[in-house]
Design a protein around this ligand. Structure first.
Ligand code: HEC
Ligand code: HEC
Length: 357
């Protein structure tokens, strides 16, 4: 079951062989520029310009509006101190600029908060893929004792106690007789998150045919990214987000980056061959989303690239190669979503007061 999306060493070797000679990428003469664009178009895909162009997205404007309110409402947390936006700040690339987030009662979880930007394009959510989509994911944090710590039954109760929400839920779910529910809150949050996409990055413009959207160093970086084998895992529309891979597929990266305690995907599948496999993260907007890795242990993108070279490909990248790859990664920064701070309805007499001890 688990093996399906997990890249094994053997499969990686095959993929690399198919891509050409690993380890020697970049040393051959540069291909004609049209060839590079063709190679890029084979491996990657531009982001759609609007959430409306995402296949299968049923988000309505009223759901998105409600979802934006819920995303920013700290009353969904026991302490009234935390909202989704606390750990997934849209002004900070959809993350929280911390190795580990501060959750309920100053507790820290053991994993870095991944960006919510473009998360809609990931094939599963969380580092270990334990939620299949944004709907399922959104049910987690509100009731997680380390994150927001609201008991499950309490979420709908709390929302019902805030009179202004009745109207917003009724508009968002017009055919529903009892629209204020945890499930509908999840749907609305997921609808809002589907709008958090970052189209029009220089790399997307390049994929669309604008050859000069990337400068010479950035193109050299793209070529290295493909030739060295990074694109065997970081590919598709999200330049990642499509599969799981062992961190340390060639060489274990060391406890600073990969502590023994967190076995990633194995915790979900209970299959030992998934030990230390994690979802390959998206590299879109990666220049905005330090610190890196599920441990948030690396603040410098060059170091993250170097670690990847050794751990995933068994290669010591030169400083020049690292600089070029980082230059390419910078072209993955797209237009950031413009989100208006929503005005939230005031609490009612029944609204639970913040728990502070
Ligand atoms: C206290 C900090 C915190 C809060 C509050 C929080 N999150 Fe997260 N979020 C995290 C962390 C940490 C992870 C990664 C956990 C893991 O992979 O095991 C995560 C993972 C995610 C992911 C998965 C992204 C991916 O690429 O895998 C999404 C989407 C997300 N959160 C959305 C939300 C939403 C929506 C809310 C509000 C309902 C929320 N989060 C509240 C810290 C937080
Ligand atoms: C075998 C698959 C694989 C290959 C090949 C690979 N990566 Fe990764 N990459 C991953 C996985 C898995 C992670 C998450 C590791 C973790 O934190 O557990 C990751 C994480 C990263 C991160 C950190 C992103 C973040 O938001 O935390 C960067 C940057 C990155 N890779 C760049 C590269 C580059 C550049 C190359 C080529 C030199 C490369 N990767 C090759 C699988 C791969």
């Amino acid at each position: 079951m688990s093996g399906r999306n997990v890249l094994t060493v053997a499969a990686l070797a095959l993929m690399l062989a198919a891509c050409g000679k690993p380890g020697e990428g970049g040393s051959t003469t540069a291909p004609a520029s049209e060839d590079l664009m063709k190679v890029a178009r084979d491996q990657f895909k531009a982001l759609p310009a609007s959430y409306k162009d995402i296949p299968g997205n049923t988000a309505t404007e009223d759901q998105i509006k409600l979802g934006a309110m819920l995303y920013h409402d700290p009353r969904l947390s026991g302490s009234h101190a935390l909202s989704c936006a606390s750990c997934h700040n849209i002004g900070l690339g959809g993350g929280d600029d911390a190795s580990f987030s501060i959750g309920h009662k100053w507790q820290q979880g053991g994993r870095n908060a991944p960006t919510v930007l473009n998360a809609v394009f990931n094939t599963a959510q969380f580092w270990d893929g334990r939620a299949k989509d944004l709907f399922e994911q959104a049910g987690g944090p509100m009731v997680n004792p380390i994150e927001m710590n609201s008991p499950k039954e309490h979420v709908a109760e709390q929302l019902k106690s805030i009179p202004g929400y009745a109207d917003a839920f009724a508009k968002a779910f017009p055919t529903d007789k009892d629209p204020v529910s945890l499930g509908n809150a999840q749907t609305a949050i997921a609808a809002f998150e589907s709008t958090l996409i970052t189209p029009n990055a220089p790399f997307d413009q390049y994929l669309a045919g604008k050859a000069d959207a990337l400068n010479a160093d950035q193109k050299a970086g793209l070529k290295l990214f493909v030739d060295k084998g990074c694109a065997a895992c970081h590919n598709g529309m999200n330049i990642g987000g499509g599969m799981y891979a062992k961190f340390g597929v060639v060489e274990a990266p060391g406890a600073k980056y990969l502590p023994a305690g967190d076995k990633g995907r194995e915790g979900v599948t209970h299959d030992v061959t998934d030990a230390y496999s994690f979802k390959v993260p998206t590299l879109r907007n990666v220049t905005l989303t330090a610190p890196y890795f599920h441990t948030g242990s690396v603040w410098d993108l060059s170091e993250a690239v170097r670690v990847m070279g050794k751990a995933q490909l068994g290669q010591q990248l030169s400083n020049d190669e690292v600089t070029k790859i980082v230059a390419f990664l910078g072209t993955l920064k797209g237009d950031q979503p413009k989100v208006e701070v929503p005005i939230l309805p005031p609490s009612g007499p029944q609204t639970t007061r913040p728990e502070r001890n």
